[in-house]
Structure formats: C-alpha cells, structure tokens
Design a protein around this ligand. Structure first.
Ligand SMILES: [Zn+2]
Ligand SMILES: [Zn+2]
Length: 87
C-alpha cells in the first residue's frame, strides 16, 4: 500500500475505524473485542493497532521490558499515543 503524508495521520478516527475489529495481537489468535489502541512511530510511518485490554498491557510491557533495554530509542520514540478507544 502506498501512503501519502495525510494517510499517516491517526488519532481521532481510530475508534470509528477499528471499533468493530479484532484484537491485533499477532503472537496468538485473539477474538476479544479491542478496547485499547497503541499508535507506533515506525520507520515507514505511524501505525495504529488495537488490542483487547490484556494484550494492550502485554504490548506495552513487552516494549518496556524486552525491547527498550536493547534499543537506543525511548518509550516516547516508539509510542506516539496509546489509550482507550473512543475515550
Ligand atoms: Zn487480545
Ligand atoms: Zn526500538
């Protein structure tokens, strides 16, 4: 998918776009309803992912405990925004 600058803007529309979707946890199949989002700043642009509360916590915990100690970046350099969908 080719993205333009405008396509990478996320925020207000996350709940509307993903509210009826699936938890995007990729290490196992999860059918829980996503209620939280994490917007990451990746090399190829910002990416919003939605998770159930359990995998939201695990995603942030994995970033802090496993990834950040091995990475030059800090939390704010990886996660642009995170929180409750529709809040
Ligand atoms: Zn999940
Ligand atoms: Zn990193």
């Amino acid at each position: 998918m080719t993205r333009t600058q405008d396509d990478t803007k996320v925020g207000a529309g996350i709940g509307a776009d993903f509210g009826n979707g699936r938890c995007m946890w990729d290490k196992s199949v999860c059918v829980d309803v996503p209620t939280r989002f994490v917007t990451s700043d990746l090399a190829d642009g910002k990416e919003a992912e939605v998770f159930c509360v359990r995998h939201y916590v695990l995603t942030l915990a994995h970033l802090c405990q496993v990834h950040l100690p091995l990475c030059e970046g800090d939390f704010a350099g990886h996660v642009v925004d995170h929180g409750e969908l529709g809040a």
